[in-house]
Design a protein around this ligand. Structure first.
Ligand code: PEP
Ligand code: MN
Length: 276
């Protein structure tokens, strides 16, 4: 019987894949080298001033990769849908002023083509993990792809989705565990921590964790970020907002830049030293 995935498995490639996202101030940002990458930023970019100020603040903390989201796939059509292509000049500004690596979610190939020159990583969100045409199309663009697990997808289905990108010759795939739907509803989703070591057994691809969308509750975000790093995650993606309650999207789960700084100083830096 043919395996459902091969290129994303350790059978095709035993050594861990390392993904280079680009460089910040001359230093390469690498995912999968044992030093967790911290991706942080707002759920969605709101305006130039707040985006640039937050990016500068996060950079001071030590963050090198920024959530630069313009297109939001929202459950309700009445929720804020993002600033769309009007935000492209903001991507340029953030890059120009901070030099940070930018991650931008795309929902269709036209969006990917529109931002290709201004962002460094394409994110495919949970709702598009099974949009196989989009996976093939972003695979052709050769830029790193951050592929989030579908909220109703198994680990095997996630690795099959990655296979679509890899099959186009794009090896720069980072997986992301962001919580799955279970009967528990205190949290927004249930973070499947076991996916981290399970993916490491099955696949050579790096895997990061998004505890913000997984929990939907700011008080739970950092404890699960720590758990994820302890489980071997190659990075963490966190939603951060200067005034969380005023965030135009997902206000309940954003942490403040100060909370991130404490996490960084007390936990991430020591983890990095521990690993090296
Ligand atoms: C996001 O990271 O902006 C996002 C929408 O996440 P998810 O696709 O996991 O819901
Ligand atoms: Mn969000």
């Amino acid at each position: 019987m043919l395996n459902s995935y091969y290129l994303s498995s350790r059978k095709s490639h035993d050594k861990n894949t390392i993904v280079n996202l680009g460089s910040v101030d001359g230093k390469a940002v690498i995912v999968g080298n044992g030093k967790p990458v911290i991706i942080a930023g707002p759920c969605v970019l709101e305006d130039e001033k707040s985006a640039v100020n937050l990016a500068l603040k996060l950079k001071e903390t030590g963050v090198n990769t920024f959530r630069a989201m313009l297109f939001k796939p929202r459950t309700s059509p009445y929720s804020f849908q993002g600033i769309d292509k009007a935000g492209i000049p903001i991507l340029k500004k953030i890059k120009q002023i901070t030099g940070l690596i930018l991650v931008t979610e795309v929902r269709e190939i036209a969006e990917a083509e529109a931002v290709a020159g201004y962002t460094d990583v394409f994110q495919i969100g949970t709702r598009n993990m099974s949009n196989f045409n989009l996976l093939k199309q972003v695979g052709k663009l050769q830029k790193p792809v951050l592929l989030k697990r579908g909220m109703g997808a198994t680990i095997e289905e996630l690795l099959c989705a990655a296979e679509y990108v890899l099959a186009e010759g794009n090896q720069n795939v980072i997986l992301c565990e962001r919580g799955i739907r279970t009967f528990e509803n205190y949290t927004r989703f249930t973070l499947d921590i076991s996916a981290v070591p399970a993916v490491k057994e099955l696949s050579h691809l790096p895997i990061i964790v998004d505890p913000s969308h997984a929990t939907g509750r700011r008080s739970l975000v950092l404890p699960l970020a720590k758990a994820s790093i302890a489980a071997g995650a190659d990075g963490i993606m966190l939603e951060v907002h200067e005034h969380p309650a005023e965030s135009k999207s997902d206000p309940e789960q954003a942490i403040t830049p100060d909370e991130l700084k404490v996490f960084f100083d007390e936990f991430v830096s020591s983890t990095m030293q521990y690993k090296h």
